[in-house]
Design a protein around this ligand. Structure first.
Ligand SMILES: [Zn+2]
Ligand SMILES: [Zn+2]
Length: 338
């Protein structure tokens, strides 16, 4: 790694070497000959700067220059940084053959290229639940070698269409009290009320809930419906069948949660047809949403966020459920008011 100047701008440069030189590289041309590595020569010449006394390699064909500099802080640069004996154009510098052909023996065990798949035993050892950040990372399929993302909440599914490999951990349900204690955004959200002046707000208590009702205006200012936000409290949360139980159910039932594309939908594979026709490599990377929660609203709709079902659920937490729950509930897009 060294510093250089290009077009007057200072930047870091990195030279990488392959570790295992005994084997032919997978990217070599099929008919290319493989020659065993020569670790003794060529070797890049190194010279010591008479100003800063630091060594720099002779990297460029155009000659030697001190490379002692820090692109992040030019105050640390040697005064003779990138000063060549002759006039040079930093945009046309070329690397010296010895520098390009130098090889270094790698003595350490590089370890496996494929990271090991996390197991249930790992979860126990680390005291984790199976929902942590690293459990959302992709895996390399042990059967076909395909790199597969964690798309489904419940399991890893190999993304090679001709491979059937599935893998899942045994998740441990997080208790509502632990989840609530870790919710750092809760306080921020409680303070935020986003209300346009055209939306009327009514605040009242209903069966222990602190209810905020937002009346939504239509294009002509008439009421077209309302949204009610039932703000719960600790007493309600702990009731049988209440939010705490709902939270546990959501973790143990298969809700079919998955991450969807946030960007470049479907663009995760190399475009092989373009590669063959034009010799151009095209890879449009599909980017998935970071959180499965972003999809919950849609996926939960049929069963959990349906206003009628949700309201019945809310009523179940109350000791005095009305006989007809519809008397005080109308979903959005209904003009009726309780
Ligand atoms: Zn120097
Ligand atoms: Zn596979």
């Amino acid at each position: 790694m060294w510093s250089e100047k290009y077009n007057g701008i200072q930047r870091w440069m990195v030279r990488l070497e392959k570790i295992n030189l005994e084997e032919k590289s997978w990217w070599s041309a099929k008919d290319a000959l493989h020659s065993p590595p020569d670790f003794d020569s060529p070797k890049t010449e190194t010279r010591t700067c008479t100003t800063c006394n630091k060594e720099s390699k002779l990297i460029y064909k155009q000659g030697w220059a001190c490379l002692n500099a820090d692109p992040a802080d030019s105050k640390l640069n040697c005064e003779k940084f990138f000063v060549f004996d002759q006039d040079t154009d930093d945009k046309t510098l070329e690397f010296a053959p010895a520098f390009l052909q130098e090889r270094t023996k790698f003595e350490l065990d590089p370890g496996p290229l494929v990271p090991p798949i996390i197991t249930d035993q790992d979860l126990v050892r680390l005291g984790e639940y199976g929902f942590e950040e690293r459990c959302k990372k992709g895996i390399v399929c042990p059967e076909c070698g395909c790199c597969s993302r964690r798309i489904e909440w419940r399991q890893w599914v190999c993304e090679n269409p001709s491979c059937q490999y599935l893998y899942s951990l045994t998740p441990h349900a997080v208790s509502a009290s632990i989840a609530a204690s870790q919710g750092t955004r809760k306080d921020i959200l409680l303070k935020q009320e986003f209300i346009k002046s055209s939306i009327r707000i009514r605040n009242f208590s209903l069966k222990g809930f602190n209810v905020f009702e937002y009346t939504i205006p239509g294009v002509n200012g008439e009421d077209i419906g309302f949204i009610r936000h039932y703000k719960s409290n600790g007493d309600i949360n702990h009731l049988p069948g209440g939010p705490d139980d709902l939270f546990q159910e959501m973790q143990t039932h298969n809700l079919g949660l998955k991450r969807n594309a946030a960007k470049n939908k479907g663009g995760m594979f190399l475009d092989l047809a373009t590669l063959q026709n034009t010799n151009r490599l095209v890879a449009r990377n599909e980017v998935l949403t970071a959180h499965y929660t972003a999809n919950w609203v849609f996926l939960l709709c049929p069963a959990y966020v349906d206003p009628e079902l949700m309201y019945q659920r809310v009523l179940r937490t109350s000791s005095r459920s009305p006989k007809n729950p519809h008397h005080s509930w109308r979903p959005l897009m209904s003009s009726s008011r309780p």
